[in-house]
Ligand binder design. Structure first.
Ligand code: SF4
Length: 279
């Protein structure tokens, strides 16, 4: 059986619950949209298009005002573009307003930090704001694909900082932690970059939009983590295609106070189990 093309999401899903991987990537059952995904997409689109800004009129005096206005305008535009997806979630007006305002605040938080970086760049290098803006503009939404590892991924932003490369992903997560799934995602991005360019990025990290940027060094250990986990998934998925070969991993990710796994109804994870989870 040929190797499947994996991604950081599919690999993390496999590690989380193999049955879930089976439903999503082999049976290709539809997943259900949720507000966290939709507003995450809106935030990503806003930040991606932010850099198409004509910065020629930006000065010390108007920098903060113009950047805030730009983010607000883009966010509203992208929120409207997602009207159909938002309507499918059947949120009431209060809920929609809550997520709209919360996401706007996250983007304003990002904008405030960008303004600080812009001011610092212009001052330290003694250059104009438009020049500083250009230097801080990353390569955005790049697709990386490896035939060798049979993995692909989309990297939100690649920054050149002096002679260093930094790979950044944006997240709206509440937590400011590099959980294992995030570390693996960043390890895979580093490996994909290394394979394509022949050099390791210096750092990878997450811009947690509620908080701030958090980076980690890229070393051989991180690349080995990616290689090992990719290989483990291929070793299984290139040999097995049957539902029974993808066991359930029942636990808190099946159902929680405000939601449930997309495949809960078809999976029926707790059917036939006693209250203590035993068959
Ligand atoms: S409901 Fe639970 S066991 Fe079933 S696929 Fe989802 S996470 Fe896995």
């Amino acid at each position: 059986m040929a190797k499947r093309i994996e991604s950081p999401s599919s690999i993390n899903t496999f590690k989380q619950c193999q049955r879930k991987y089976y439903y999503q990537y082999i049976a290709k059952l539809p997943t259900l949209p949720n507000i966290h995904q939709v507003r995450g997409n809106i935030a990503h689109s806003t930040l991606e298009s932010f850099y198409e800004f004509d910065a020629s009129m930006v000065t010390t005096d108007n920098c903060a005002q113009r950047i805030h206005a730009r983010i607000q305008e883009l966010f509203v535009r992208h929120w409207q573009r997602y009207t159909q997806e938002l309507d499918k979630l059947h949120l009431n007006n209060d809920q929609q307003m809550f997520y709209f305002e919360e996401t706007m605040l996250m983007l304003m938080n990002w904008a405030n930090q960008f303004i600080q970086d812009l001011q610092a760049q212009a001052a330290v290098k003694n250059i104009s704001f438009p020049e500083a803006f250009q230097q801080l503009t990353p390569i955005r939404e790049q697709r990386f694909h490896s035939d060798h590892y049979s993995v692909q991924g989309f990297i939100d932003a690649i920054h050149q900082v002096e002679d260093q490369i930094q790979i950044i992903d944006y997240k709206t997560n509440a937590s400011f932690e590099f959980k294992d799934a995030i570390k693996l995602q960043l390890a895979i991005y580093s490996l994909l970059y290394f394979e394509k360019h022949g050099i390791k990025p210096s750092k990878v990290g997450i811009f947690f939009l509620r908080h701030k940027l958090k980076l980690m060094d890229v070393d051989e250990e991180l690349l080995d983590l990616a290689r090992r986990e990719i290989e483990l998934v291929h070793a299984h998925t290139s040999r097995h295609e049957g539902l029974e070969q993808y066991p359930r991993c029942t636990g808190p990710l099946c159902k929680w106070s405000t939601g449930q796994c997309d495949f809960f109804e078809v999976c029926k994870p707790f059917e036939g189990k006693t209250s203590n989870g035993q068959k």
